[in-house]
Design a protein around this ligand. Sequence first.
Ligand code: UGA
Length: 436
Amino acid sequence: MKICVIGSGFVGLAVGCVLADCSHEVACTDVDHQRVTGLQGGTAALSEPDFDDLIQRNVATGHLLFTTDSREAAAGADIIFIAVGTPATLSGEADLSQLWTAIDQLLPTINHDCLLVIKSTVPVGTASAVRKRLDQSPSASKLISLISNPEFLRVGAAVTDFKHPQRVVLGSTSEAALQKMEALYRSFVEPSIPIYKMGHESAELSKYAANSMLALRISFINEIAELSESLGANIHDVVSVLSSDNRIGPHHLKPGPGFGGSCLLKDVQSLVSQAGEHGRQFGIGEETLKVNERQSDNVITKLSDALGTLSGKRICLFGLTFKAGTDDTRESPSIRIADKLLATGATVTAYDPAYRGEAGIRIGSVIYADDPYTGCENVDAIVITTDWPEFAELDYAEIAQRVTNKLIIDTRNILDPTRITEHGFHYVGKGLPHIT
Ligand code: UGA
């Protein structure tokens, strides 16, 4: 099949690369010339495993090409995926400008039967608004069938998650379109994986509900971790008990500094805003966001409980990315913590194994160090903000020699408290009894 993918971020690239690898003829587009030039040269510039290999292999076989010309890419395509960004506006609504621009550019090009697949996360009702826009164009109206196909892949596992999804969601009013999409997915998805077919609204809402549930679980466990600290319990024990209940399960129950990334926060905010537009309240979503924001405040409280005033203190953050396994710092809890620390008058240094900045440069007012040992030179505290496993492997005897004050706030509970305290550190984990 001839396939066009509009938007070559991590979702669009996962779709494009996997379908090209299944021998479809795929053209991926992006408005960012520099990104397209990189992709044409075989580099995704995203720290996603598999992308570069897949791109190079499929560009070489001629199954995959990259262009900034979406009209040319869409000409004659059987299926056009829209995978553009839908970032949050300041008021929390999803900004659909990239989606509308893409559709307006495509419309004059379509003179053949095709499926238009909305893969971007869009507010409920968007497919119906897109349908209205298509119907204003007499030619496109009959030719284009619309599908909502939300994506559930994780940053850092985009290709694996697209190839091996836990479920596929397809929303449409056209049975023929649903069948065509089902056949496309069945060509590479295991037979046991359910493909759910439904209306557009249910498909759109499923995506927001899934991300809201994940966010809710994280805020839930973070609040239980806070309670553990006050009540003298150990969050590891509590999580073991919860996880072993099949009805609860183990996923997204790791306490931490709050969820980050470009998806969970924006999607909960958007659902809160969508509920408000319909005279409803998504109260549990609002609470999820409040608890999440409080997690970074709690780090500041733990630091000031131990150090007194933070003005003039030097704090080193281990981690800038929103989770391990990516170089993505969008909505990272580390950045939230850094901003709050800077507001107290503290000096903040940071080290992250995936951050691509140059040593000694400033990210905002954060001074970036290119190794963890330099980063924690003469600091009053170290805060572990990202769950990079290598932070557990550092030489804490060496670090103890370099810091001014031996305090570690481990928001991810990745260090072994016994080992750390042997080096004289005061260790403060998340939801754990204090150890000195
Ligand atoms: C999330 C969802 O997990 C994907 O299913 C969804 O497709 C994606 O958003 C999206 O909408 O595009 P992702 O943003 O990659 O994926 O991040 P997660 O792995 O869910 O982690 C989000 C944040 O929660 C990170 O900051 C992570 O450190 C934190 N987290 C995660 C916890 O604090 N505890 C956990 O138990 C799990």
